[in-house]
Design a protein around this ligand. Sequence first.
Ligand code: NAD
Ligand code: DAU
Length: 360
Amino acid sequence: METILVTGGAGFIGSNFIHYMLESRAGAIKIINLDVLTYAGNLENLKDVSDRPDYEFVKADIRDKAAVEKIFKDNDIDTVVHFAAESHVDRSIENPGIFVETNVLGTLVLLNAARAAWELKDGSYPDGKRFLHVSTDEVYGSLSDPDDYFYETTPYDPHSPYSASKASSDFLVKSYVDTYHFPAFITNCSNNYGPYQFPEKLIPLIINNALSGKPLPVYGDGKNVRDWLYVEDHARGIAAVLDKGRLGEKYNIGGHNEKENIEIVHIILDTLRELLPDSDPRKELVKDDLITFVTDRKGHDRRYAISPEKIGRELGWKPETDFASGIRKTIDWYLHNEEWLAHVTSGDYQSYYDKMYGQR
Ligand code: NAD
Ligand code: DAU
């Protein structure tokens, strides 16, 4: 039985990863989910698995050295999959400090705890111990040549405090590999979408606003390009790296699905109109004239596009969900999970929204 410590498992990608692993590897793994439950962490995402004997939740902060060390002391952790982070670029522009604390210092605490628990006297590590650091394509910066892609060898050029903090954490992980032969992988993934994504991010924000007839804020000219991947395909990519990846390597994960933001907004509006029955009162709120061009994000990266050539060639991974079906599944999920949406948009969400969008 493999014991997997998942950090940030109550967030968007972490909770999807836990669902994927418990469904596909039941009996072979146990998952310990370490999460401090920030505004982005939500145990409702995992309520269907919370009673399983192969799943355990531990509320702890990755910056808390004693708490993290205790988890390693109390459990024979084989694998760490490290998602926990502050993840929203706009918030990093407002408050960079917490991004450095969580994403950089928190990663350092985890690396030290794993190394202390795993390293043998001769500096080697037992077989089967590995640390997978989940990172982002944003560390590579922005592509100006329309035919170019991010490769694993692309130099880092982060622009936002978020991407700078992720780049720093990637370098820390790499330094542990190079200095201590620490058994780690780094994965750099493109934009994810799917169920359980907090509605501060483009896709769920547009769905949520359109359903309530609120303006749909599009930054700048709406022509910035992101490369979208269905979240379960990301989970499968991480699993492939754990199964077959080479220790010390980094792997880009993405599905060649580049779209301008304005195109995404139109696809969401069209799909909502298609999926909502005429009898649903929300249908007549969904209108194109809700689209509102607002002040651009500071330092807004123009285009991201991942080359997933290495993970395809070495590990045989490729995405299974195309955008047309992924966005339908996602929108359908939000339509059927109104209560989830209502819970996460109550409380602090409204003041966040007023502050962020009031100033644009
Ligand atoms: P998220 O914001 O939805 O979830 C982050 C989780 O981390 C939350 O559950 C939160 O409570 C937890 N967390 C935050 N600070 C913590 C702390 N100090 N201690 C313990 N837990 C803490 O983020 P996400 O979108 O699921 O992203 C997960 C990871 O994947 C991040 O590392 C992010 O950089 C990376 N990533 C995200 C995307 C994307 O499109 N969302 C793409 C590529 C990589
Ligand atoms: O590329 C991977 C990254 O994708 C992850 O590392 C980040 O954690 C994740 O948040 C995401 O970052 P982005 O900044 O690309 O995602 P976001 O959903 O915030 O924005 C997507 C695009 O849409 C971006 O060009 C900004 C634009 N946008 C966003 C919001 C929230 C708008 O036009 N209007 C909005 O209201």
